[in-house]
Design a protein around this ligand. Structure first.
Ligand code: NAP
Length: 248
């Protein structure tokens, strides 16, 4: 399958490595010129391309960038993004990095905002797992500790295709509902970066409370900014404690 990835930072480069390992043909673009991607492409066999090329003839396009970059990226994508491409938003709104995005501050769901910016439907996935666990946490099917990843969006067919891809990466994906409801997997919700198994994750999506999630997002952000760097294990522990998750 042909897959495009925008962003070759922590999340983008992990997805590039994993998708190429599975035998997919991956094109990758970032903000700098294509030379900056030489090392990643040499290691994985992915192809470095420009932003206007990355969405050409791809079945999936993954957006792995800070939200603040989305409007600029939307302008590059517009001429060549075709309707059949499944766009996956892996992003989270993080004001210390993204600045203030007024529509989101006023209550717009983050991925609904992304879909509006790029004028194309999106699925929301991979936003709720710490990069380290995305890279190292995959397990075979039926492993009791297999981590679960929510996928939200409005096309059942597109979600189904993405769930197959997620399973091949070693995670237990599940349909978490519509894009409008995807606030249930945003930063600060019980499923966000807490490494849950399938039954726990389905319950966490049901239990999400919008107001709580906004205040927990702010508390988590403050804690992260106060004491970085932290290990992935420490970030996981702190996030689970904030959600009151004590069991395994
Ligand atoms: N890190 C995590 O654990 C984690 C987990 C889940 C979700 N997320 C979310 O996933 C997204 C990516 O996070 P990350 O940690 O991978 O970020 P990152 O390491 O900072 O990488 C960001 C990437 O985006 C690219 N980029 C920035 N502006 C761009 C533009 N205008 N056009 C094209 N590419 C652009 C950068 O390109 P250059 O290198 O050329 O500057 C870089 O490759 C964020 O929304 C984040 O909240 C992160």
């Amino acid at each position: 399958m042909n897959i495009g990835v925008i962003g070759a930072g922590k999340i983008g480069s992990i997805l590039v490595k994993n998708f190429t390992r599975l035998g997919h043909h991956v094109s990758v673009a970032n903000k700098q010129d294509v030379n900056s991607l030489r090392k990643l492409c040499h290691a994985t066999g992915a192809q470095a391309v420009t932003l206007s090329e990355v969405c050409q003839n791809v079945e999936f396009l993954f957006l792995c960038v800070p939200l603040v970059a989305i409007p600029e990226i939307a302008r590059s994508l517009k001429p060549s993004l075709t309707f059949s491409t499944i766009v996956v938003d892996t992003g989270n709104y993080f004001p210390p990095r993204d600045g203030r995005i007024e529509e989101i501050e006023q209550g717009q769901v983050e991925s609904v905002w992304v879909a509006q910016q790029i004028d194309h439907p999106v699925l929301k996935a991979f936003n709720s797992i710490i990069d380290y666990y995305l890279e190292n946490g995959g397990l075979p099917p039926d492993s009791p500790d297999r981590l679960s990843l929510p996928v939200s969006g409005d096309s059942a067919e597109a979600k189904n295709k993405l769930l197959h891809l997620i399973a091949a990466l070693g995670f237990d994906g599940f349909d978490a509902g519509s894009l409008k409801e995807s606030w249930r997997q945003q930063m600060g919700t019980p499923i966000y970066c807490t490494n849950l198994t399938r039954s726990q994750a389905i319950q966490a999506i049901k239990n999400a409370n919008r107001e709580n999630s906004i205040s927990l997002r702010e508390i988590r952000t403050k804690k992260l900014l106060e004491s970085s760097p932290r290990t992935p294990e420490e970030v996981l522990k702190m996030t689970r404690e904030l959600q009151g998750i004590t069991n395994k």
